[in-house]
Structures are given as C-alpha cells and as structure tokens.
Design a protein around this ligand. Structure first.
Ligand code: PMP
Length: 350
C-alpha cells in the first residue's frame, strides 16, 4: 500500500501558508480556557485516564446537532472515525466506494484493510448519477460533501436520494460543513445507513488538537464503540473540542469572515481571467491563466512555483483531469489574501 501524502508543513517562519485548509484565525478562547482548567493543580488531572468515550465532546456535539449522544462516536480527528468505519465495514470482498476526485485518504485506509476501492468519476460539471453510485457494489461509500478538492457542495435532495437508493453504508464526510449553506445531519438522524463525520480542524481552528466525531445510526455507533481504542481522545482534546463546539458565536463570526474573504478572492481572480470554482468550503480551486499560458497542468505548476518563490504555499492536485490545471488555495487572513492577490496579479501580468 501507498501512504497518504499530507500537505507540506514548511519549517521556519515567513510563509503565507494556504496549502492545508487550516483556519487562519486563533480558536475560540473558551477552548483555551477549558484546557487551562484541565491543567490546574499542576496538571494533577493528567495522571488520570480521560473519559473512555469522550463524553464531554459527545455531549457538546449532541446539544449542537440535536443528536442522541449515545450514537456519536468521537475520535482523534475525523480520520479516526473514517478509519473505524472502514475497519468495521470493509475488507476483502467488502469494497470501499468514493467519487473521483475526493479525499485521497480513503484508498489508503481501504488498502490497509485489504478492501478494494471502487472509484466513481465525477462528470465534467461535477455531478454524479445516483444510479451509478447506488449500483457500484461498495459496502461503504464515502461522499465528501462539500467536495474536496473541488470545493462544490452537492444538493441535500440529491444526497438524500442517493442514501435512499444505496444499499450499503453511506458516509458523508462533512469536514467543510461549517462553510456550506446546508448539511446532512438530518439524514443521519433519519436513515439507518447514513453516517455524517465532522472535524474541528477547519471551522473550529483546532487542526493541531486532532478532534472529530461521527453521527451514526444506533447499530453503527454500537459497532464503532466496540472496535475503537478504549481511550481514543485525550483529556485536553475532549474538553477543548467540547468548549469550541459550545461557542457558536465564535464560529459564526469566524466563518463569516472567511466566507467574505473567499468571495473577495474569487472576484479578484475572476477579474484576472482565472477560472474559479464555486466554493462551499474554506478554500478555492482556481485555474490560473495568463496571456502567455493557457490552462494546463504545466501552467498550474508554473504558477505554483512562482508563488512558492515568494513564500506563498498553495496545493497542486496533478493526478486528476478535473483538478490538474488548478491550484487549491486555502482562505487566509485578509492580509494573507492581499499578499496572494498581489502575487497572482504579478504572475498573470508576468
Ligand atoms: N475529510 C476531508 C474531506 C478532508 O479534506 C480532511 C482534511 N484534509 C479530513 C477529512 C481530515 O481532517 P483532519 O485534519 O481533522 O484529520
């Protein structure tokens, strides 16, 4: 099997880091307070094991989503529930399905479990046929919604129609839901074959903490609780993630700043002649073009190198025709976006 390739984490300062969809703003102060409280008395609580099933985080998620706490499974990042789902439901003869392109971790987790991967290509307009997915034969299908790296969201009616016709387990990976207008939590409440996974890495600015959770049908939650590590989220992550989920005002303010920057960046790039995907996430997939350079993978690589020389880091996805000509640009602070726009202008006018 081949390992997952994470985005570059550059050493040393001075980078405008727009390559791994981190939140550019500091997390909720309530998350920090919760960690400080858990470290009181010279860290006495760290002697003790944490809640084995991450009760503080699960209770906060239950309040937030109006979801039964017993059917929420927390993990060390959403990759942990994704891994648990594959461990429990896929393997030899029980394949994993995914749209192409989408999150490249799923095939890695599937390979570790000896499960075949069924890749359903998205059409050039980024749509998929419900029938094709419903009949693909996968035991577990991962629907990244909003899609990464394309940025677009699928309509809830379409996802519902897919869930109703797909005979296996449909996992809706909502890593970017904080930046989208809709989500599929209601589907996970209503249907016995739908799981929704969430992370605190993007919307809540806690990528360094590693916390996520899955909203599951009762039977699935019971299975995942059986196969997970007995203490799969540390004490500090549990309380900080819970406090972050409770701070809805912080989330609303931060998300609205990021969405405003996303609109501004999109408009600037369109003015330069770049093609920009609609986005329901905290990144834009944009195809650079200039008078000398038509859209191509070579042009994207050229723009990438130009930006990198100016210490601006974005990400290339050269292995799929729907992404090969483009740059994925995480939304940064207003200052970072201004720096990016200045460099993009310099490259385009070259
Ligand atoms: N799902 C998708 C679609 C993602 O893009 C990511 C982040 N790369 C994750 C899940 C995992 O997020 P985390 O950093 O919290 O592990």
């Amino acid at each position: 099997m081949v390992a997952y390739t994470p985005g570059e984490q550059p050493q040393g300062g001075g980078w405008v880091k727009l390559n791994t969809n981190e939140n550019p703003y500091p997390p909720s102060p309530r998350a920090l307070e919760a960690m400080r409280a858990a470290l009181a008395d010279e860290g006495a609580l760290l002697r003790l094991y944490p809640s084995p099933d991450a009760a503080p985080l699960r209770q906060a998620a239950a309040r937030l989503h109006g979801f039964d706490e017993r059917h929420i499974v927390a993990g060390d990042g959403p990759d942990d529930p994704l891994n648990l789902l594959i461990r429990a439901y896929a393997g030899p003869g029980r394949s994993v399905g995914m749209l192409m392109p989408s999150y490249s971790l799923y095939p890695v987790l599937a390979a570790a479990q000896g499960a075949e991967v069924i890749r359903v290509p998205l059409m050039p307009d980024y749509s998929f046929e419900i029938e094709t997915v419903a009949r693909c034969g996968a035991a577990v299908f991962f629907l990244t919604n909003p899609n990464a790296p394309l940025g677009v969201a699928f309509k809830p009616e379409k996802v519902r129609a897919l869930a109703e016709s797909f005979p296996g387990l449909l996992v809706i990976d909502e890593a970017y839901a904080a930046f989208a207008e809709t989500d599929c939590v209601e589907l996970a409440k209503a249907l016995p074959n739908v799981v929704v996974t969430r992370t605190l890495s993007k919307g809540h600015a806690l990528a360094g903490l590693r916390a996520g959770y899955a909203l599951c049908p009762p039977e699935v939650a019971e299975v995942l609780h059986r196969v997970r590590d007995s203490y799969n989220l540390d004490r500090l992550a549990q309380v900080a993630a819970a406090a972050a989920l409770e701070d809805r005002e912080w989330l609303a303010v931060t998300v609205s700043k990021i969405c405003a920057s996303r609109t501004m960046l999109s408009e600037e790039l369109v003015r330069l002649g770049w093609k920009v995907n609609p986005s329901a996430t905290n990144f834009l997939l944009a195809t650079p073009v200039s008078a000398q350079c038509p859209a191509s993978a070579a042009t994207a690589a050229h723009a990438f190198d130009f930006l990198r020389q100016r210490k601006i880091l974005v990400r290339l996805f050269p292995h799929h025709p729907l992404t090969a000509n483009a740059l994925r640009i995480s939304i940064g602070t207003e200052v970072e976006m201004a720096q990016f726009v200045a460099a993009a202008k310099a490259w385009t006018k070259g």
